[in-house]
Design a protein around this ligand. Structure first.
Ligand SMILES: [Cu+2]
Length: 120
């Protein structure tokens, strides 16, 4: 029997402030919660495209989409059965299970931008 860990999905309430050019969207400024890594979704896909966490430590990814000119309007974690919309300019936090060593993929809705999370 496989125990599938339920992910806690939460939308970060981090305040975002748009500055400058209307096409630019501010990403989360100020400190991220412990164990959180910021990921930007833009016209080139996800940045960074690989994130590593330590087994057993609190881990989350905070996604922010910064442009409309991208396919990455949602993020999908196939192995975790998780799919979340990425509204432009809104930080979306996805908690990553670190109970075991594994490599997870995250990608855009169509699977073109593939990135990975390594837990080791
Ligand atoms: Cu895509």
């Amino acid at each position: 029997m496989m125990l599938r860990h339920k992910l806690l999905l939460l939308t970060a309430t981090a305040a975002l402030t748009a500055v400058g050019c209307k096409d630019k969207v501010a990403v989360v400024d100020g400190p991220l919660p412990p164990g959180a890594v910021q990921v930007i979704a833009d016209e080139n896909g996800f940045k960074p495209s690989s994130v590593t966490f330590k087994k057993g430590e609190t881990a989350s990814l905070v996604f922010t989409r910064t442009t409309d000119d991208t396919c990455a309007t949602e993020v999908v974690f196939p192995e975790l059965d998780v799919k979340k919309d990425l509204p432009k300019g809104k930080a979306v936090t996805i908690e990553v299970p670190t109970d075991k060593e594994q490599k997870l993929t995250f990608q855009c809705g169509m699977g073109m931008y593939k990135s990975s999370v390594v837990i080791n």
